[in-house]
Ligand binder design. Sequence first.
Ligand code: PMV
Length: 333
Amino acid sequence: MKKSDVVNTIFHNDIPHIPQREKGLAFAPTNIALCKYWGKRDTELHLPVTSSLSIALPDKGTMTTLRLHDQPIDHVVVNDQALSPESAFVKRLVEFLDLFRPEKKWYVQIDIHINIPIAAGLASSASGFASLVLALNNLFGWELSHHYLSILARLGSGSAARSFWLGFVEWHAGVQPDGMDSYAEPLDIEWPQLCVGLLTIDASEKIISSREAMQHTVNSSVLYGNWPKKVIQDLAIIKQALKVKNFPLLGGTAESNALTMHATMLSSWPPICYFLPETIAAMHRIWALRRDKLELYFTEDAGPNLKLLFLKEDFDHVSAQFPRMEKVSVFDS
Ligand code: PMV
């Protein structure tokens, strides 16, 4: 099945192409997975092997503005810098837009404002594709629910399926070949004491994309076979920890989940290692602080940067240890 088949199913073969307003505009927050998505059961539709669970960062993400124009080419501007049509970034966007314009009836000026480093393992593509889909929905008056927008954004980047809500979000792996049961939805849980801190170690673009790294891991890691079992366990524990607000259980399970994901990458061949020496040094600091009874945990995505997890009451202590850490709001914390 192709991406275009999914689009046609959602629009009943009639994709609206008449703009309903002068511009389409939308913001989507980035999200950090506490239980990771790593590996696809369908590489075309970005259908995951496992379900996953994330927390949104309301103030971090992407604002996308779309305006139709007359030239037969899309113009992409990121943080006020025009990008070359030949860049991989623009090509990926154009390929995605083409899903919604089989007859090439329209072209756009795309203005993207993103307040997190791009392609550095800080989930920029998640907020990027979610905000693009929301902006298209706004421009063409699709009036699709977040359920369908989540499915459409997944076709751009898997983790984008989770970027439509604030708070905790679960993306269901689903079992159907067309992926119509692989969508995200919010969990009805708030945790105002929970804090996330960004420890940016290197904001430059990663050497291997998460898409490539994921597939390479599935194909060559001897440990990958154990990953789905680990996720099933971790997901259940994390949901329970959220329900009863057990922070050590949440932090420990999220950290172990991230480390296991990285272990699958290390065991692939040729190996993939996103850790930098400073990443490992920070991990050792965190473990030492935990031995001294500070409830501090981390998670790490496809990049060298860490996201620290701690409770509001420990903020002063954590920020004294990691002065470069940027505390990001989660529930207005
Ligand atoms: O959506 P992608 O293809 O950028 O993959 C995201 C993968 C991780 O960030 C490492 C994990 C996750 O669940 O977000």
